[in-house]
Write a protein that binds this ligand. Structure first.
Ligand code: ATP
Length: 452
Protein backbone atom coordinates (compact mmCIF):
# COMPACT_ATOMS: atom_id res chain seq x y z
CA UNK A 1 0.00 0.00 0.00
CA UNK A 2 1.37 3.34 -0.94
CA UNK A 3 1.61 6.28 1.42
CA UNK A 4 -1.12 8.03 -0.54
CA UNK A 5 -3.49 5.07 0.01
CA UNK A 6 -2.78 5.15 3.73
CA UNK A 7 -3.62 8.87 3.86
CA UNK A 8 -6.91 8.27 1.99
CA UNK A 9 -7.87 5.40 4.33
CA UNK A 10 -6.93 7.52 7.37
CA UNK A 11 -8.99 10.49 6.20
CA UNK A 12 -11.95 8.22 5.35
CA UNK A 13 -11.89 6.59 8.80
CA UNK A 14 -11.54 9.99 10.41
CA UNK A 15 -14.54 11.35 8.48
CA UNK A 16 -16.59 8.22 9.27
CA UNK A 17 -15.78 8.51 13.00
CA UNK A 18 -16.59 12.22 12.89
CA UNK A 19 -19.96 11.54 11.24
CA UNK A 20 -20.68 8.83 13.80
CA UNK A 21 -19.86 11.17 16.70
CA UNK A 22 -22.00 13.93 15.18
CA UNK A 23 -24.86 11.47 14.71
CA UNK A 24 -24.56 10.25 18.30
CA UNK A 25 -24.49 13.81 19.56
CA UNK A 26 -27.60 14.69 17.52
CA UNK A 27 -29.54 11.64 18.71
CA UNK A 28 -28.33 12.28 22.26
CA UNK A 29 -29.50 15.91 22.23
CA UNK A 30 -32.86 14.89 20.75
CA UNK A 31 -33.30 12.23 23.41
CA UNK A 32 -32.31 14.65 26.15
CA UNK A 33 -34.77 17.29 24.94
CA UNK A 34 -37.58 14.77 24.64
CA UNK A 35 -36.91 13.45 28.12
CA UNK A 36 -36.48 16.69 30.04
CA UNK A 37 -38.64 19.17 28.18
CA UNK A 38 -41.91 17.95 29.83
CA UNK A 39 -40.41 18.55 33.26
CA UNK A 40 -39.67 22.13 32.39
CA UNK A 41 -43.22 22.64 31.12
CA UNK A 42 -44.63 20.84 34.10
CA UNK A 43 -43.16 23.21 36.57
CA UNK A 44 -44.57 26.24 34.80
CA UNK A 45 -48.29 25.68 35.50
CA UNK A 46 -47.61 25.20 39.18
CA UNK A 47 -46.42 28.75 39.36
CA UNK A 48 -49.17 30.41 37.45
CA UNK A 49 -52.10 28.05 37.52
CA UNK A 50 -53.75 25.60 39.82
CA UNK A 51 -52.63 22.08 39.05
CA UNK A 52 -55.41 19.65 38.27
CA UNK A 53 -55.73 16.01 37.33
CA UNK A 54 -58.52 13.98 35.85
CA UNK A 55 -59.17 10.59 37.31
CA UNK A 56 -61.93 9.34 35.09
CA UNK A 57 -64.72 10.00 37.56
CA UNK A 58 -64.08 13.40 38.88
CA UNK A 59 -61.35 15.87 38.32
CA UNK A 60 -58.92 15.69 41.13
CA UNK A 61 -55.98 17.60 42.25
CA UNK A 62 -53.06 16.24 44.07
CA UNK A 63 -49.56 17.43 44.08
CA UNK A 64 -48.15 14.16 42.86
CA UNK A 65 -50.12 14.54 39.68
CA UNK A 66 -50.08 18.25 39.52
CA UNK A 67 -47.26 18.32 37.07
CA UNK A 68 -49.38 16.59 34.51
CA UNK A 69 -51.87 19.26 33.57
CA UNK A 70 -53.29 22.57 34.53
CA UNK A 71 -56.65 24.16 34.94
CA UNK A 72 -55.97 26.40 31.98
CA UNK A 73 -55.53 23.44 29.67
CA UNK A 74 -58.39 21.51 28.12
CA UNK A 75 -58.39 19.13 31.04
CA UNK A 76 -56.55 16.36 29.25
CA UNK A 77 -54.28 14.24 31.35
CA UNK A 78 -50.60 13.85 30.61
CA UNK A 79 -49.48 11.03 32.86
CA UNK A 80 -46.47 11.92 34.95
CA UNK A 81 -43.55 9.55 35.15
CA UNK A 82 -42.09 8.46 38.43
CA UNK A 83 -38.73 9.93 37.54
CA UNK A 84 -40.42 13.24 36.95
CA UNK A 85 -42.16 12.92 40.28
CA UNK A 86 -38.96 12.47 42.19
CA UNK A 87 -37.44 15.37 40.31
CA UNK A 88 -40.51 17.34 41.25
CA UNK A 89 -40.27 16.36 44.88
CA UNK A 90 -36.66 17.33 45.11
CA UNK A 91 -36.81 20.63 43.33
CA UNK A 92 -40.25 21.99 43.95
CA UNK A 93 -40.90 21.43 47.62
CA UNK A 94 -41.42 25.10 48.28
CA UNK A 95 -42.54 26.16 44.85
CA UNK A 96 -46.23 25.82 45.68
CA UNK A 97 -46.04 27.97 48.75
CA UNK A 98 -43.71 30.56 47.33
CA UNK A 99 -45.97 30.75 44.28
CA UNK A 100 -48.89 31.69 46.49
CA UNK A 101 -46.78 34.21 48.36
CA UNK A 102 -47.55 32.65 51.73
CA UNK A 103 -44.65 33.13 54.13
CA UNK A 104 -43.04 30.05 55.62
CA UNK A 105 -42.01 30.03 59.27
CA UNK A 106 -39.62 27.80 61.15
CA UNK A 107 -40.67 25.63 64.08
CA UNK A 108 -38.60 27.91 66.33
CA UNK A 109 -40.56 31.00 65.14
CA UNK A 110 -43.85 29.34 66.02
CA UNK A 111 -42.55 27.98 69.30
CA UNK A 112 -41.60 31.51 70.31
CA UNK A 113 -44.83 33.06 69.02
CA UNK A 114 -46.97 30.58 70.98
CA UNK A 115 -44.89 30.75 74.19
CA UNK A 116 -43.81 27.18 73.62
CA UNK A 117 -47.33 26.06 72.59
CA UNK A 118 -49.03 27.16 75.80
CA UNK A 119 -51.65 29.48 74.29
CA UNK A 120 -54.26 26.94 73.21
CA UNK A 121 -57.44 28.32 71.65
CA UNK A 122 -59.24 25.08 70.93
CA UNK A 123 -58.97 21.55 69.71
CA UNK A 124 -60.15 20.52 66.26
CA UNK A 125 -60.27 17.09 64.74
CA UNK A 126 -56.92 17.75 63.04
CA UNK A 127 -55.12 18.90 66.16
CA UNK A 128 -54.81 21.85 68.54
CA UNK A 129 -55.08 25.51 67.59
CA UNK A 130 -52.84 28.07 69.34
CA UNK A 131 -52.90 31.83 69.59
CA UNK A 132 -49.60 33.33 68.48
CA UNK A 133 -48.04 36.76 68.28
CA UNK A 134 -45.69 36.98 65.33
CA UNK A 135 -42.53 39.12 65.26
CA UNK A 136 -44.51 41.71 63.27
CA UNK A 137 -46.90 41.92 66.31
CA UNK A 138 -49.63 40.36 64.19
CA UNK A 139 -51.86 38.06 66.25
CA UNK A 140 -52.64 34.80 64.46
CA UNK A 141 -54.08 31.33 65.05
CA UNK A 142 -51.74 28.38 64.45
CA UNK A 143 -53.35 25.06 63.55
CA UNK A 144 -50.92 22.25 64.33
CA UNK A 145 -51.84 19.31 62.16
CA UNK A 146 -51.78 15.85 63.67
CA UNK A 147 -48.56 14.07 62.83
CA UNK A 148 -50.36 10.72 62.41
CA UNK A 149 -52.26 12.06 59.42
CA UNK A 150 -52.03 10.25 56.13
CA UNK A 151 -51.40 13.50 54.36
CA UNK A 152 -47.94 13.81 52.96
CA UNK A 153 -45.67 16.72 52.28
CA UNK A 154 -46.88 17.16 48.71
CA UNK A 155 -50.52 17.26 49.72
CA UNK A 156 -49.71 19.82 52.38
CA UNK A 157 -47.89 21.99 49.86
CA UNK A 158 -50.89 21.74 47.53
CA UNK A 159 -53.12 22.83 50.34
CA UNK A 160 -50.96 25.85 51.08
CA UNK A 161 -50.95 26.76 47.42
CA UNK A 162 -54.69 26.48 47.12
CA UNK A 163 -55.59 28.24 50.35
CA UNK A 164 -53.06 30.95 49.67
CA UNK A 165 -54.98 31.79 46.53
CA UNK A 166 -58.29 32.33 48.27
CA UNK A 167 -58.69 35.88 49.46
CA UNK A 168 -61.97 37.38 50.59
CA UNK A 169 -63.11 39.45 53.54
CA UNK A 170 -65.54 36.67 54.50
CA UNK A 171 -62.94 33.89 54.45
CA UNK A 172 -60.44 33.26 57.23
CA UNK A 173 -57.27 34.00 55.30
CA UNK A 174 -54.20 31.82 55.48
CA UNK A 175 -51.28 34.06 56.45
CA UNK A 176 -48.46 31.57 56.82
CA UNK A 177 -47.39 27.97 57.21
CA UNK A 178 -44.68 25.87 58.77
CA UNK A 179 -43.11 22.60 57.67
CA UNK A 180 -40.30 21.87 60.06
CA UNK A 181 -39.15 19.15 62.44
CA UNK A 182 -41.75 16.77 61.03
CA UNK A 183 -44.56 19.19 61.90
CA UNK A 184 -47.13 20.73 59.57
CA UNK A 185 -48.85 23.93 60.65
CA UNK A 186 -51.27 26.32 59.02
CA UNK A 187 -51.34 29.93 60.22
CA UNK A 188 -54.61 31.83 59.94
CA UNK A 189 -55.91 35.29 60.76
CA UNK A 190 -56.88 35.42 64.41
CA UNK A 191 -60.63 35.58 65.01
CA UNK A 192 -61.10 36.91 68.52
CA UNK A 193 -64.75 35.90 68.95
CA UNK A 194 -64.14 32.23 68.15
CA UNK A 195 -66.52 29.98 66.31
CA UNK A 196 -70.24 30.48 65.71
CA UNK A 197 -70.83 27.03 67.24
CA UNK A 198 -69.20 28.16 70.50
CA UNK A 199 -71.31 31.31 70.60
CA UNK A 200 -74.54 29.45 69.93
CA UNK A 201 -74.06 26.42 72.14
CA UNK A 202 -71.65 27.26 74.96
CA UNK A 203 -73.01 28.49 78.25
CA UNK A 204 -71.66 31.81 79.39
CA UNK A 205 -71.01 33.11 75.90
CA UNK A 206 -72.51 36.43 74.93
CA UNK A 207 -75.98 36.29 73.38
CA UNK A 208 -76.08 36.99 69.68
CA UNK A 209 -78.75 39.57 68.83
CA UNK A 210 -81.05 39.08 65.85
CA UNK A 211 -79.28 41.90 64.00
CA UNK A 212 -75.93 40.17 64.54
CA UNK A 213 -77.33 36.84 63.34
CA UNK A 214 -78.70 38.46 60.20
CA UNK A 215 -75.30 40.03 59.52
CA UNK A 216 -73.55 36.68 60.12
CA UNK A 217 -75.85 34.91 57.63
CA UNK A 218 -75.11 37.59 55.06
CA UNK A 219 -71.34 37.42 55.68
CA UNK A 220 -71.32 33.63 55.35
CA UNK A 221 -73.34 33.77 52.14
CA UNK A 222 -70.81 36.26 50.72
CA UNK A 223 -67.96 33.93 51.72
CA UNK A 224 -69.62 30.99 49.95
CA UNK A 225 -70.49 33.20 46.99
CA UNK A 226 -66.79 33.95 46.59
CA UNK A 227 -65.91 30.24 46.71
CA UNK A 228 -68.66 29.19 44.28
CA UNK A 229 -68.72 32.12 41.92
CA UNK A 230 -65.70 34.33 42.49
CA UNK A 231 -62.74 31.99 42.93
CA UNK A 232 -60.91 30.74 39.86
CA UNK A 233 -61.41 27.85 39.58
CA UNK A 234 -64.61 27.73 41.66
CA UNK A 235 -64.41 25.87 44.94
CA UNK A 236 -66.87 23.69 46.86
CA UNK A 237 -66.28 23.84 50.59
CA UNK A 238 -67.69 20.40 51.49
CA UNK A 239 -67.74 20.93 55.24
CA UNK A 240 -69.79 24.01 55.96
CA UNK A 241 -70.88 24.03 59.61
CA UNK A 242 -71.16 26.48 62.48
CA UNK A 243 -67.81 25.27 63.85
CA UNK A 244 -66.14 26.42 60.63
CA UNK A 245 -67.55 29.94 60.86
CA UNK A 246 -65.37 32.27 62.90
CA UNK A 247 -66.10 35.76 64.17
CA UNK A 248 -63.74 38.72 64.41
CA UNK A 249 -63.70 41.46 67.03
CA UNK A 250 -66.61 43.25 65.33
CA UNK A 251 -68.67 40.03 65.15
CA UNK A 252 -68.23 39.87 61.39
CA UNK A 253 -68.22 36.29 60.16
CA UNK A 254 -65.64 34.51 58.03
CA UNK A 255 -65.77 31.00 56.62
CA UNK A 256 -62.82 28.77 57.38
CA UNK A 257 -61.75 26.66 54.43
CA UNK A 258 -59.14 23.95 54.53
CA UNK A 259 -58.70 20.58 52.96
CA UNK A 260 -56.23 18.83 55.16
CA UNK A 261 -56.92 15.13 55.52
CA UNK A 262 -57.31 14.50 59.21
CA UNK A 263 -56.73 11.32 61.12
CA UNK A 264 -60.46 10.68 61.36
CA UNK A 265 -61.61 9.44 57.94
CA UNK A 266 -65.29 10.22 58.41
CA UNK A 267 -64.45 13.73 59.44
CA UNK A 268 -62.40 14.75 56.50
CA UNK A 269 -62.58 18.28 55.27
CA UNK A 270 -62.07 18.80 51.62
CA UNK A 271 -62.35 21.78 49.43
CA UNK A 272 -63.24 20.82 45.92
CA UNK A 273 -62.59 22.55 42.71
CA UNK A 274 -65.23 22.64 40.08
CA UNK A 275 -63.99 22.56 36.58
CA UNK A 276 -66.12 23.07 33.54
CA UNK A 277 -65.24 20.57 30.86
CA UNK A 278 -64.83 22.41 27.58
CA UNK A 279 -67.91 24.56 27.02
CA UNK A 280 -70.28 22.30 28.92
CA UNK A 281 -71.92 23.86 31.96
CA UNK A 282 -71.78 20.57 33.76
CA UNK A 283 -69.31 20.67 36.59
CA UNK A 284 -67.16 17.97 37.97
CA UNK A 285 -66.13 17.53 41.53
CA UNK A 286 -62.45 17.53 42.21
CA UNK A 287 -60.58 16.64 45.33
CA UNK A 288 -57.08 17.40 46.28
CA UNK A 289 -54.82 16.87 49.21
CA UNK A 290 -55.25 13.18 48.52
CA UNK A 291 -52.61 10.70 47.58
CA UNK A 292 -53.21 8.65 44.44
CA UNK A 293 -54.62 5.69 46.36
CA UNK A 294 -56.96 7.96 48.29
CA UNK A 295 -58.31 9.97 45.39
CA UNK A 296 -61.97 10.58 45.93
CA UNK A 297 -64.03 8.15 43.95
CA UNK A 298 -67.54 9.49 43.51
CA UNK A 299 -68.97 5.99 43.75
CA UNK A 300 -66.70 4.05 46.05
CA UNK A 301 -65.38 6.36 48.72
CA UNK A 302 -66.83 7.10 52.13
CA UNK A 303 -68.86 10.23 52.72
CA UNK A 304 -67.09 13.48 53.44
CA UNK A 305 -68.44 16.21 55.62
CA UNK A 306 -69.95 16.40 59.09
CA UNK A 307 -72.97 14.48 60.31
CA UNK A 308 -76.03 16.72 60.49
CA UNK A 309 -74.84 18.99 57.68
CA UNK A 310 -74.55 16.46 54.85
CA UNK A 311 -76.93 16.76 51.92
CA UNK A 312 -79.13 13.59 51.84
CA UNK A 313 -78.93 13.62 48.05
CA UNK A 314 -75.14 13.42 48.28
CA UNK A 315 -75.49 10.52 50.71
CA UNK A 316 -77.53 8.56 48.20
CA UNK A 317 -75.63 9.50 45.04
CA UNK A 318 -72.15 10.21 46.40
CA UNK A 319 -72.07 13.16 44.06
CA UNK A 320 -71.08 16.43 45.68
CA UNK A 321 -72.02 19.67 43.98
CA UNK A 322 -72.32 23.34 44.90
CA UNK A 323 -75.91 22.56 45.87
CA UNK A 324 -74.63 20.26 48.62
CA UNK A 325 -72.88 23.30 50.14
CA UNK A 326 -76.21 25.15 49.82
CA UNK A 327 -77.88 22.39 51.84
CA UNK A 328 -75.29 22.76 54.63
CA UNK A 329 -75.80 26.53 54.55
CA UNK A 330 -79.57 26.00 55.00
CA UNK A 331 -78.77 24.01 58.15
CA UNK A 332 -76.52 26.82 59.44
CA UNK A 333 -79.32 29.37 58.89
CA UNK A 334 -81.66 27.23 60.99
CA UNK A 335 -78.96 26.93 63.67
CA UNK A 336 -78.88 30.73 63.86
CA UNK A 337 -82.67 30.94 64.10
CA UNK A 338 -83.18 28.15 66.62
CA UNK A 339 -79.83 27.60 68.40
CA UNK A 340 -80.54 23.88 68.03
CA UNK A 341 -77.53 21.82 66.98
CA UNK A 342 -78.03 19.73 63.81
CA UNK A 343 -76.94 16.68 65.77
CA UNK A 344 -79.71 17.38 68.30
CA UNK A 345 -82.65 16.67 65.98
CA UNK A 346 -82.72 20.11 64.37
CA UNK A 347 -84.27 18.71 61.19
CA UNK A 348 -87.16 17.17 63.09
CA UNK A 349 -88.07 20.57 64.56
CA UNK A 350 -87.59 22.24 61.20
CA UNK A 351 -89.88 19.73 59.46
CA UNK A 352 -92.55 20.17 62.11
CA UNK A 353 -92.34 23.94 61.82
CA UNK A 354 -92.75 23.68 58.06
CA UNK A 355 -96.33 22.49 58.52
CA UNK A 356 -97.46 25.96 59.50
CA UNK A 357 -96.76 29.30 57.81
CA UNK A 358 -95.61 30.79 61.10
CA UNK A 359 -94.40 27.48 62.52
CA UNK A 360 -90.86 28.81 62.79
CA UNK A 361 -92.02 31.13 65.61
CA UNK A 362 -92.37 27.99 67.75
CA UNK A 363 -88.78 26.92 67.27
CA UNK A 364 -87.21 30.36 67.59
CA UNK A 365 -84.21 30.56 69.97
CA UNK A 366 -85.66 31.45 73.39
CA UNK A 367 -83.03 34.15 73.75
CA UNK A 368 -84.59 35.96 70.80
CA UNK A 369 -88.23 35.80 71.85
CA UNK A 370 -89.64 39.33 72.01
CA UNK A 371 -86.33 40.73 70.77
CA UNK A 372 -86.67 40.33 67.04
CA UNK A 373 -88.98 41.01 64.16
CA UNK A 374 -90.91 37.76 63.52
CA UNK A 375 -91.62 38.71 59.94
CA UNK A 376 -87.86 38.83 59.28
CA UNK A 377 -87.41 35.47 61.02
CA UNK A 378 -90.06 33.92 58.75
CA UNK A 379 -88.49 35.44 55.63
CA UNK A 380 -85.07 34.04 56.58
CA UNK A 381 -86.58 30.65 57.41
CA UNK A 382 -88.16 30.59 53.94
CA UNK A 383 -84.74 31.06 52.39
CA UNK A 384 -83.37 28.22 54.55
CA UNK A 385 -86.25 25.91 53.53
CA UNK A 386 -85.37 26.55 49.89
CA UNK A 387 -81.74 25.64 50.60
CA UNK A 388 -82.90 22.33 52.07
CA UNK A 389 -85.05 21.40 49.06
CA UNK A 390 -84.88 17.65 48.43
CA UNK A 391 -84.00 18.16 44.79
CA UNK A 392 -80.59 19.88 44.63
CA UNK A 393 -81.34 21.58 41.32
CA UNK A 394 -84.31 23.35 42.91
CA UNK A 395 -82.16 24.87 45.64
CA UNK A 396 -81.23 28.49 44.94
CA UNK A 397 -77.74 29.53 43.92
CA UNK A 398 -75.63 31.28 46.52
CA UNK A 399 -75.90 34.53 44.55
CA UNK A 400 -79.70 34.43 44.78
CA UNK A 401 -79.49 33.63 48.49
CA UNK A 402 -77.20 36.60 49.15
CA UNK A 403 -79.62 38.89 47.36
CA UNK A 404 -82.61 37.55 49.27
CA UNK A 405 -80.85 38.06 52.62
CA UNK A 406 -79.78 41.55 51.58
CA UNK A 407 -83.41 42.35 50.81
CA UNK A 408 -84.44 41.42 54.36
CA UNK A 409 -81.81 43.77 55.73
CA UNK A 410 -82.68 46.59 53.32
CA UNK A 411 -86.33 46.22 54.21
CA UNK A 412 -85.44 46.67 57.87
CA UNK A 413 -83.29 49.72 57.17
CA UNK A 414 -86.02 51.36 55.10
CA UNK A 415 -88.47 50.64 57.90
CA UNK A 416 -86.12 52.15 60.46
CA UNK A 417 -85.74 55.25 58.27
CA UNK A 418 -89.50 55.58 57.92
CA UNK A 419 -89.93 55.11 61.64
CA UNK A 420 -87.31 57.68 62.49
CA UNK A 421 -88.88 60.11 59.99
CA UNK A 422 -92.30 59.43 61.55
CA UNK A 423 -90.69 60.03 64.94
CA UNK A 424 -89.24 63.35 63.77
CA UNK A 425 -92.61 64.50 62.35
CA UNK A 426 -94.50 63.65 65.52
CA UNK A 427 -91.90 65.54 67.57
CA UNK A 428 -92.36 68.64 65.40
CA UNK A 429 -96.16 68.33 65.64
CA UNK A 430 -95.91 68.02 69.43
CA UNK A 431 -93.68 71.11 69.61
CA UNK A 432 -96.11 73.13 67.47
CA UNK A 433 -99.02 72.00 69.67
CA UNK A 434 -97.05 73.02 72.75
CA UNK A 435 -96.27 76.43 71.25
CA UNK A 436 -99.95 76.91 70.37
CA UNK A 437 -100.97 76.16 73.97
CA UNK A 438 -98.36 78.60 75.27
CA UNK A 439 -99.57 81.22 72.79
CA UNK A 440 -103.22 80.81 73.76
CA UNK A 441 -102.23 81.09 77.44
CA UNK A 442 -100.48 84.41 76.75
CA UNK A 443 -103.49 85.65 74.75
CA UNK A 444 -105.85 84.71 77.62
CA UNK A 445 -103.62 86.50 80.12
CA UNK A 446 -103.60 89.61 77.91
CA UNK A 447 -107.41 89.50 77.54
CA UNK A 448 -107.85 89.12 81.28
CA UNK A 449 -105.52 92.03 81.95
CA UNK A 450 -107.34 94.14 79.38
CA UNK A 451 -104.17 94.76 77.38
CA UNK A 452 -104.84 95.70 73.76
N1 ATP B 1 -58.46 31.52 63.16
C1 ATP B 1 -58.86 31.29 64.40
N2 ATP B 1 -58.95 32.29 65.28
C2 ATP B 1 -59.37 32.07 66.55
N3 ATP B 1 -59.73 30.87 67.02
C3 ATP B 1 -59.66 29.82 66.20
C4 ATP B 1 -59.22 29.96 64.85
N4 ATP B 1 -59.27 28.76 64.25
C5 ATP B 1 -59.72 27.90 65.18
N5 ATP B 1 -59.95 28.52 66.35
C6 ATP B 1 -60.44 27.91 67.60
O1 ATP B 1 -59.96 26.59 67.67
C7 ATP B 1 -61.06 25.67 67.71
C8 ATP B 1 -60.73 24.44 66.90
O2 ATP B 1 -60.68 24.85 65.55
P1 ATP B 1 -60.56 23.83 64.33
O3 ATP B 1 -60.83 24.63 63.11
O4 ATP B 1 -59.28 23.11 64.42
O5 ATP B 1 -61.66 22.75 64.62
P2 ATP B 1 -63.21 22.75 64.36
O6 ATP B 1 -63.53 23.66 63.21
O7 ATP B 1 -63.90 23.04 65.67
O8 ATP B 1 -63.49 21.26 63.98
P3 ATP B 1 -62.92 20.51 62.72
O9 ATP B 1 -61.47 20.41 62.90
O10 ATP B 1 -63.59 19.23 62.80
O11 ATP B 1 -63.33 21.30 61.51
C9 ATP B 1 -62.26 26.45 67.20
O12 ATP B 1 -63.44 26.00 67.76
C10 ATP B 1 -61.95 27.87 67.62
O13 ATP B 1 -62.41 28.08 68.93
Amino acid sequence: MSQADLVIIGVSVGVAVGILIALCAFVGIKWYRKRFHPQRCASEPSVTTLPIRTNGIGTSIDSSASISSSITTNGLQHPAKSTQRSWWNQHNKDLFASASGIPRYSYKDIQKATHNFTTILGQGSFGPVYKATMPTSEVVAVKVLASNSRQGEKEFQTEVLLLGRLHHRNLVNLVGYCVDKGQHMLIYQYMSNGSLANLLYCEGERILSWEERLQIVLDVSHGIEYLHEGAVPPVIHRDLKSANILLDQSMRAKVQAYLYLGPNPVHQVQVSVLKARNTSTQHEVADFGLSKEEVFDGRKSGLKGTYGYIDPEYMSTNRFTKKSDIYSFGIIIFELITAIHPQQNLMEYVNLAAMDSDGVDEILDKKLVGKCNLEEVRLLANIAYKCLHKIPRKRPSIGDISQAISRIRKRRLTKEDTMSFAGDVSQVVRRIEHQQVELSKITNMRDNAGIT
